[in-house]
Design a protein around this ligand. Structure first.
Ligand code: ATP
Length: 210
């Protein structure tokens, strides 16, 4: 099974990386593909060019077997729709189950995503939750897809919905950008190799822009 973990990764940090390690182990995934969104349809475009966000991911994952920085969304023009990414991955990976990971916030907005019902044509969706969470009552037609046993995800290439508790460290890219803009040290929030890259390229220098 292959995990798909998308984000802006502006920059990638230990919150993302801890999650990637944890989901790989929890679901016994062959790999987790971390995919920077080139042109996010649902939020303001990051100031950092997609190629640089991909480079930071590559540095962060340099020694992490089974965690892959995937630049597939950089090769397309226009908004980066997840359904297009999943279609490409499905074409590349035959019947291997694909697990699309997303946070609760993203799941709450899922019905605004371009062609959202078709996401399930290509992948399972795994919603990453926090402790004390219960499945919302108002998930509509998605309830028919809900499974409570992760083992069932192995038996189909996609189509199911699963909720999984995952550790979420209290780190955000926004906070890191703000620290850097204030000339404070972001060390231990993200890999040193990524900090070096940020310094070399003078990223996130102006708080008003982050
Ligand atoms: P920003 O602060 O710029 O919004 P972010 O830190 O939230 O960025 P994103 O790149 O937007 O990071 O997030 C990508 C994915 O990682 C999303 O699914 C998000 O829910 C998840 N994520 C973000 N921060 C954490 C964290 N600290 N722990 C676990 N998952 C996280």
């Amino acid at each position: 099974m292959i995990g798909i973990y998308g984000g802006t990764f502006d920059p990638v940090h230990f919150g993302h990386l801890r999650t990637a390690v944890e989901i790989k182990a929890l679901f016994d995934l062959d790999e987790v593909r971390l995919i920077p969104c080139a042109n996010p349809p649902h939020r303001t475009a990051p100031l950092t060019p997609p190629a640089m966000r991909l480079q930071m991911l590559q540095l962060a994952l340099a020694n992490s077997q089974g965690l892959v920085a995937d630049g597939c969304e950089l090769d397309r023009t226009g908004p980066s729709y997840t359904v297009d990414t999943l279609r490409e991955l499905r074409a590349a990976h035959g019947d291997t189950p694909l697990l699309l990971f997303m946070g609760m916030d993203a799941f709450a907005d899922l019905e605004c995503w371009y062609q959202w019902p078709h996401l399930f044509d290509y992948a399972h969706i795994v919603v990453m939750t926090r402790p004390g969470f219960t499945v919302p009552a108002d998930i509509g037609s998605k309830r028919d897809r809900l499974v409570s046993n992760a083992a069932l995800l192995q038996h189909a290439p996609g189509g199911k919905l699963f909720f999984q508790h995952v550790t979420q460290l209290d780190i955000s890219a926004t906070a890191i950008r703000n620290l850097i803009a204030k000339r404070q040290n972001p060390r231990f929030l993200l890999p040193d190799s990524v900090i070096d890259f940020i310094r070399q390229h003078n990223l996130y220098q102006h708080e008003s822009l982050v």
